[in-house]
Design a protein around this ligand. Structure first.
Ligand SMILES: Cc1cc2nc3c(=O)[nH]c(=O)nc-3n(C[C@H](O)[C@H](O)[C@H](O)COP(=O)(O)OP(=O)(O)OC[C@H]3O[C@@H](n4cnc5c(N)ncnc54)[C@H](O)[C@@H]3O)c2cc1C
Length: 474
């Protein structure tokens, strides 16, 4: 075994899971995290004046026994069982989500309902072929009218590109298992829509103090076992030669320079950033593929409302195209401990954007004004009740699945596999739309590889059951 440590880039769920799995085996681990104060990456919990905010609302749900075991091992007793209530706001009305036949019929009226059924029948009789885009995938299964009402505007808010440019893969990954026929039949049988659809789970676990609690606890436990988790260390260059990756260098916010040698390297930093930080640089086609990867960024405007109860939902999807906000979280309905005093409610108005665009560069004051105006317009809260606002910007929240992303990821994957001691893991780390569990699973396999196993982390699939430890290369 080398005397040099194992170096992990990024202290999100993937990086910290890899570190945890390795320190448990007695391995020497160093984690570099760019953020000066938070661990947990996108799954962090931000603190402000005693209020705790989650970036997006993180459900802890996994089909993987191994992932569930890691969550329980790190935090045995501070999980709560959280029931989900979410609705869709569209056309000045709140619809049950998942859509329920009777509720939707009453709110849409007979004319609109007939229009939906007519367009569904048309889609079934003459489906669009070939089916390559998100718009085509959804239209073929739900009809054009439902696509326009309940998929198009929200999806375009999330991705910032037309549904004609989004790959059908994303729809297949996220809304597989849901069908109009199934939903209507279940409604008539008095049941809710199929819980096999990934977006529809009704109960999930949640750390009492938000998802960041899990990753803050993990950090403490890693450090208690001798691992080092170093904040304010941004990886800038990953150095390699014919022997593999040798060391990383980077800076902190003061511009001070740091260097870390290692025997093995696990990277959960965005794949694009990893490829562009390599010294010497990768071949031109790999660099071009990295440059072509795109991300969607995310702003949360947290409004502190001077009222004990505002609405019963955990979150509301805002499909209505007349406002920019995409979703509204009610953190207190996830866990009462997210507010310091039960007299208050904290709401998170979520905006999807691109780093550098008008929303991203707006001042915090202007974003708070926008959020208050839109919350009022939707009818959620009156301006006079808002007593404070905080803005959190999260770059690279979503890896974009455009028509070409798979080709680019494949070009990078094929080249990066030559390194015996560099493993990309996680969500942006592999440019894969992973939840925490799959991000963690890739990291668990990477840690096992360092211990002598031979798993292909790229084959961790968001649909695979992976009850054991993923698929071996054989
Ligand atoms: C809105 C939203 C809602 C979500 N909801 C859920 C949910 O309900 N349930 C669920 O399980 N998952 C959910 N997810 C997904 C979840 O957030 C991710 O799967 C998970 O955080 C990915 O973990 P990761 O470690 O791969 O990456 P990240 O969380 O992105 O962590 C990467 C870390 O690397 C650091 N880093 C980046 N560049 C550098 C650098 N150059 N040097 C050093 N450090 C660097 C970052 O600061 C970050 O801390 C959601 C995501 C979003 C955006």
């Amino acid at each position: 075994m080398s005397s040099k440590p194992i170096v992990i880039m990024g202290a999100g769920p993937a990086g910290l899971t890899a570190a945890w799995e390795l320190v448990k085996e007695g391995r020497d681990v160093v984690v570099w995290e760019a953020d000066p104060s938070y661990v947990g990456g996108i799954s962090r919990t931000v603190h402000a004046n005693g209020f705790r905010f989650d970036i997006g609302g993180h459900r802890f749900f996994s089909k993987s026994t191994e992932v569930n075991e890691v969550w329980r091992e790190i935090m045995p007793d501070d999980f709560i069982d959280c029931p989900r209530l979410s609705r869709i706001y569209y056309g000045k009305k709140f619809f049950a989500y998942p859509l329920e036949a009777v509720d939707s019929f009453l709110k849409l009226g007979p004319f609109e309902t007939l229009r939906i059924l007519g367009s569904y029948a048309r889609a079934k009789l003459a489906p669009i072929r070939p089916e390559t885009t998100f718009a085509q995938w959804v239209t073929n299964r739900f009809g054009r009218r439902l696509f326009e009402m309940f998929f198009k505007s929200y999806t375009e808010k999330v991705w910032g590109i037309s549904c004609d440019e989004i790959s059908a893969d994303w729809a297949a990954q996220r809304i597989k298992g849901l069908s109009l026929r199934g939903a209507v039949l279940s409604a008539f049988r008095g049941k809710k829509a199929s819980p096999t659809a990934k977006t529809l789970i009704r109960n999930f676990f949640y750390p009492r103090l938000g998802p960041g609690q899990m990753w803050e606890t993990a950090t403490k436990k890693i450090m208690a076992k001798g691992g080092r988790v170093e904040l304010d260390r941004r990886v800038q260059t990953v150095h390699w030669d014919e022997t593999g990756v040798t060391h990383i260098t980077g800076t902190n916010q003061l511009g001070e320079f740091f260097q870390q040698e290692g025997s093995q390297f696990i990277s959960s930093i965005p794949l694009k950033e990893l490829m562009l930080s390599l010294d010497p640089p990768p071949p031109p086609e790999v660099k071009a593929a990295a440059n072509a990867l795109r991300y969607r960024d995310f702003i949360t405007v947290c409004l502190v409302v001077n009222r004990a109860n505002v609405f019963p939902d955990t979150w509301i999807y805002i499909h209505d195209p007349t406002v920019k906000v995409g979703r509204v979280q009610n953190y207190k309905n996830w866990s009462a401990a997210m507010v310091p005093d039960p007299k208050f409610t904290s709401l998170g108005l979520e905006y999807f954007c691109f780093e550098g665009d008008g929303l991203w560069t707006a001042t915090d004051h202007d974003l708070a004004e926008l959020a208050i105006r839109e919350a009022e317009q939707i009818g959620l809260v009156k301006r006079a009740l808002v007593q404070d606002a905080f803005v959190v910007r999260m770059p690279k929240a979503y890896p974009i699945y455009d028509q070409d992303y798979q080709r680019h990821v494949e070009t990078i994957r094929a080249w990066v596999c030559q390194f015996h001691n560099l493993q990309p893991v996680g969500r942006n780390g592999m440019h894969h739309y992973n939840n925490q569990d799959h991000s963690m699973m890739t990291a668990m396999l990477a840690a096992k590889n360092i211990q002598g196993a031979d798993f292909d982390c790229w084959r961790v699939n968001t649909e695979a059951e992976y009850h054991e430890a993923g698929e071996s290369k054989e």
